[in-house]
Design a protein around this ligand. Structure first.
Ligand code: FAD
Ligand code: NAD
Length: 153
């Protein structure tokens, strides 16, 4: 099976965009992720899928907790930045929510403890047990489809 065909098909599944953040000691790390899903209401669980080669994996394994910031329609630059696609040397200012670094301006923010992990192929699934949630009901999402960003308006 051709990798490009797989990616082309997966790219047809329109998603939002998140930035996963975590902290080990004084070091904060962020990574753009669209492989995010709600898993369970009772208990409240979510999942993210992280490439085994991503720097984020080591951070998550050490931190044992993470936050998911759902990006707003004006935050495509942050998506590119935390995907390593924009190399400007800017320092990002993080908000602190539930003692976790999160992105300012996100339309929803979830903090989690790592509840379980599953190594699956070249990715690891991190099941997060939700600790706290913050929602901006006025915010509009950044959408991602076939490798391009869209706002729903
Ligand atoms: P790096 O590539 O080293 O870090 C990412 C970038 O964030 C770097 O530019 C770094 O300088 C910057 N950065 C990190 N922390 C900080 C900080 N504290 N202050 C300032 N800058 C910081 N990959 C997946 O595994 N799963 C997914 O679900 C997924 N979804 C994606 C969705 C989209 C729309 C895109 C564009 C990419 C997606 N990727 C996903 C790919 C992933 O975002 C990149 O491969 C990313 O570069 C991997 O991050 P990393 O942890 O290896 O660290
Ligand atoms: P793309 O054509 O590489 O990706 C389209 C879709 O394919 C993505 O939305 C995702 O669902 C899937 N996909 C891509 N790479 C994957 C991977 N390594 N493992 C599992 N699923 C994958 O184009 P793009 O959307 O422009 O991506 C930009 C960069 O970000 C690429 O390097 C891509 O590999 C990476 N990315 C990785 C993931 C992931 O690991 N889950 C998701 C999205 C993008």
């Amino acid at each position: 099976m051709d990798d490009q065909l797989f990616k082309r098909a997966m790219g047809k599944f329109a998603t939002g965009v998140t930035v996963v953040t975590t902290e080990v000691g004084e070091n904060v790390h962020g990574m753009t992720a669209n492989a995010f899903m709600s898993v369970s209401l009772d208990p409240k669980l979510i999942v993210i899928s992280v490439a085994n080669k991503a720097t984020m994996k080591g951070y998550l394994d050490n931190a044992g907790s993470f936050a998911v910031s759902m990006l707003a329609d004006n935050q495509a630059d942050l998506s590119m930045y935390f995907a390593g696609q924009k190399k400007d040397d800017k320092s990002v200012e993080f908000d602190v929510f539930d003692n976790m670094p999160v992105l300012h301006g996100a339309i929803a923010t979830i903090t989690c403890d790592v509840h379980n992990t599953h190594l699956e192929g070249d990715h690891t699934l991190y099941i997060g047990r939700v600790r706290d949630i913050r929602v901006d009901d006025e915010g509009k999402p950044l959408a991602y489809f076939s490798g391009k960003y869209y706002d729903l308006a």
